[in-house]
Unconditional design. Structure first.
Length: 46
């Protein structure tokens, strides 16, 4: 969201990399059952 405010090419590039990282983490969690279960437990606690 900050990249929208700053508008610089670097801020936008960093934001894209952050989003790609979240997508990779989600894919890893989806393909490995135990981490997905642990993540669900952590989400319930918070």
């Amino acid at each position: 969201m900050l990249s929208l405010v700053l508008g610089s090419p670097r801020a936008i590039a960093v934001n894209i990399e952050i989003m790609r990282t979240f997508v990779r983490v989600r894919v890893l969690v989806a393909t490995h059952g135990e981490p997905a279960k642990r993540l669900a437990e952590l989400e319930e606690k918070t």
